[in-house]
Every structure is written in structure tokens, then in C-alpha cells.
Design a protein. Structure first.
Length: 201
């Protein structure tokens, strides 16, 4: 038996180049290269929800419908608050472009959010509002971030990737970053996804 999936074309908003999207609670959120943020509540028509920023937004991530973040140029981090977008930081902690964001909120671990970008910039937050710069000793442009957590014994592991096959992993329990060797011909890495493997031998 085969399952056929049909894609439906949506009427675009003219003049907007969409860079990223995030879906939660039956809504799809979009971000553009001019800072506009949009939502598609019924999956039929996109509506502009506000000029969240005047700079390009590159990535979005959420911890549920009530907690959605967006990151972009000039170290910009925004958070969705009901029907508006609030700028948490812009051109303060860094003026580098932020290219990816990931986070987790688990009992026993708490909340951890990571945003990464150009020239090795990494920002970290434990409450979603206050952010700090994390020095991971690299100037490589970072393009992706993800993490995995099972329990206190396994701990939280966060992985960042970037140009020239750059991979570095953070062990939260040890508070250490470890460079993962890769082949010279790997090329640039633009995305990463982490998970905890529950397969037992």
C-alpha cells in the first residue's frame, strides 16, 4: 500500500522572501528577510502579524504555542507575546547574525535555549529573556544547533555545526565543549538534529 501526499500551493504575499517557519497549536509562523513576521491560522491565508524587526530573520523555534522565538541579523532575538513580537536583544550582546536556535524545558533540567551564528557566536538563556555569550573558542560561522536529553545520568548534550565541517558538542553535566573531528572534504554543515538513542543491545 502506498500513501500519496499532495502539496497545495498557497498564495504568496508579494514583496516578501520567506526564510523560515515554525508550526505549533494549529498555526504556522513565517519570518522574512525584511523582519516581517506572519502567521497562517487556518492554513489558507498568511497574515502579517507585525514588523517584529527591521532586519532579516533566519530561524524560529518554539517550546510550545506560548513560547516562540525568532533570531536574525545584528544578534536579534525576538519572542512571541500573545499577538505581538518583543525584541529581547539586538546589537547588544553581539552584532553578528544569528542563524539557528534550539531549546529544551524538562523537569529536573530546567530551561535551556541556545542561539548560534556568524564568527562562532553562541548565546545561551535559562529563562528565555536573559541571554549570555558563551565562548566555544572558534571563529567558524555556525549554522545549526540541536540537543538531546534523557535523564540526569545522561545529561544534556548540545551540538553546534558550521562551515568547513565544524562540529562541537557541549556536555552540560561537565560544562565542557568537545571538538568532533571530521573529514577535510565534508564541506559546510548547515543543520543538525540530535536525539537520544534508546536502542539497547
Amino acid at each position: 500500500m502506498s500513501l500519496a501526499l499532495a502539496w497545495e500551493s498557497k498564495t504568496p504575499l508579494k514583496g516578501y522572501s520567506l526564510n523560515t517557519c515554525y508550526s505549533s497549536g494549529g498555526k504556522v509562523y513565517f519570518a522574512s528577510d525584511n523582519g516581517s513576521l506572519m502567521q497562517d491560522a487556518d492554513l489558507k491565508e498568511m497574515q502579517i502579524t507585525g514588523e517584529g524587526s527591521t532586519v532579516a530573520i533566519h530561524a524560529m523555534f518554539g517550546l510550545g504555542i506560548q513560547e516562540i522565538y525568532a533570531v536574525g541579523e545584528l544578534g536579534t532575538i525576538l519572542k512571541r507575546n500573545v499577538n505581538t513580537w518583543e525584541i529581547l536583544t539586538q546589537n547588544e550582546l553581539t552584532n553578528r547574525a544569528l542563524r539557528a536556535i534550539w531549546g529544551i524545558d524538562e523537569p529536573g533540567l530546567g530551561k535551556h535555549l541556545y542561539a548560534v551564528g556568524d564568527e562562532g557566536v553562541v548565546l545561551h538563556s535559562t529563562d528565555g529573556r536573559t541571554w549570555q555569550v558563551v565562548d566555544i573558542a572558534t571563529k567558524q560561522h555556525l549554522r545549526g544547533v540541536s540537543g538531546a536529553y534523557k535523564d540526569a545520568e545522561f545529561g544534556l548534550r548540545v551540538t553546534v555545526v558550521g562551515e568547513d565541517g565544524f562540529i562541537k558538542e557541549y556536555d552540560h553535566s561537565k560544562n565542557t565543549w568537545t571538538l568532533i573531528p571530521t573529514s577535510p572534504d565534508v564541506g559546510d554543515l548547515h543543520s543538525v538534529w540530535s536525539y537520544y538513542d534508546t536502542v539497547q543491545d
